[in-house]
Write a protein that binds this ligand. Structure first.
Ligand code: KIV
Length: 271
């Protein structure tokens, strides 16, 4: 089904209404025009131009190296393709942690230069001042708690976060702080399902889970992972909806074979 005729754009208010009436919010990442067109036409509610682009598009081991300019490039390609979904852009490592003026400058650049609809930043109380300042400029902000990949060198591993009471309590307080500041939603990454349920019931704004169980108000996955483009990445939380790696590799192998055999192009494929 194409949603491109008679499209009603998804806004942060619509996401809030979805939570209020108990409708789950579907989210995926996208980083380029062609993928974003497919994802949007399939009816996704929110597209995140994630800094996971650093891994899946640029081949870096972590999300740390991607730059603000590179995020703006990915985001503006996605925005051109999207007719319905809310487009949220990750503010990359090193572009907001320094101080709130830097955070505001980075977010304004993303909004002005890409045409995206909202930004996402990782962290809780540590970045409260930046969140407040960006929100006061009229830019919708989404939080990100639990496993925050920009802090991977502090954590040391990608294992489940907030299993201990103290960290779980801090996460709950951070979620309440984001709600009180006026964030429109919060990503909860790799935390126990029971904590997701508690947070989702304790705050009025939508929670979007990844590896966080079914009680989040919505779910997000990295599009390359759920399409099976990346064969090696197999965390427990990932459901693969296709095996595009095999399909694409087979197609390319067949093309190579046909070129070598002078089977392609045929007469009909020539002028
Ligand atoms: O960068 C990203 O793709 C993300 C999602 C995993 C939530 O932050």
């Amino acid at each position: 089904m194409s949603v491109h005729s008679d499209v009603k754009r998804i806004t942060t208010h619509i996401l809030q209404e979805m939570k209020n009436r108990g409708e789950k919010i579907s989210c995926l990442t996208a980083y380029d025009y062609s993928m974003a067109r497919i994802v949007d036409a399939a009816g996704i509610d929110l597209i995140l131009v994630g800094d996971s682009a650093s891994n899946v598009m640029a081949g870096h081991e972590t999300t740390l190296p991607i730059t603000l300019d590179q995020m703006i490039y990915h985001a503006s390609s996605v925005v051109k393709a999207v007719k319905r979904a809310l487009v949220v852009v990750d503010i990359p490592f090193g572009s907001y942690q320094g101080n709130s003026s830097e955070a505001l400058r980075s977010c304004i650049r993303v909004m002005k230069e890409s045409g995206a609809h909202a930004v996402k930043m990782e962290g809780g109380t540590e970045i409260k001042e930046s969140i407040v300042r960006v929100l006061s400029a009229g830019i919708p902000v989404m939080g990100h708690l639990g496993l925050t990949p920009q802090s991977i060198y502090k954590f040391g591993t990608y294992t489940v976060r907030a299993k201990e009471e103290q960290e779980a309590q801090k996460l709950l307080e951070d979620a309440k702080m984001l709600e009180a500041c006026g964030a429109f939603g919060v990503v909860l990454e790799k935390i126990p399902a029971s904590l997701t349920k508690l947070v989702s019931e304790s705050i009025s704004i939508p929670t979007i889970g990844i590896g966080a169980g079914s009680d989040a108000d919505g779910q997000i996955l990295v599009v390359h992972d759920m399409l099976g483009i990346n064969k090696e990445f197999k965390p427990r939380f990932l459901r693969r909806y296709a095996d595009l790696h095999t399909i694409m590799q087979d197609a390319v192998e067949n093309y190579v074979k046909d070129v070598k055999a002078v089977d392609f192009p045929s007469v009909n494929e020539s002028y």
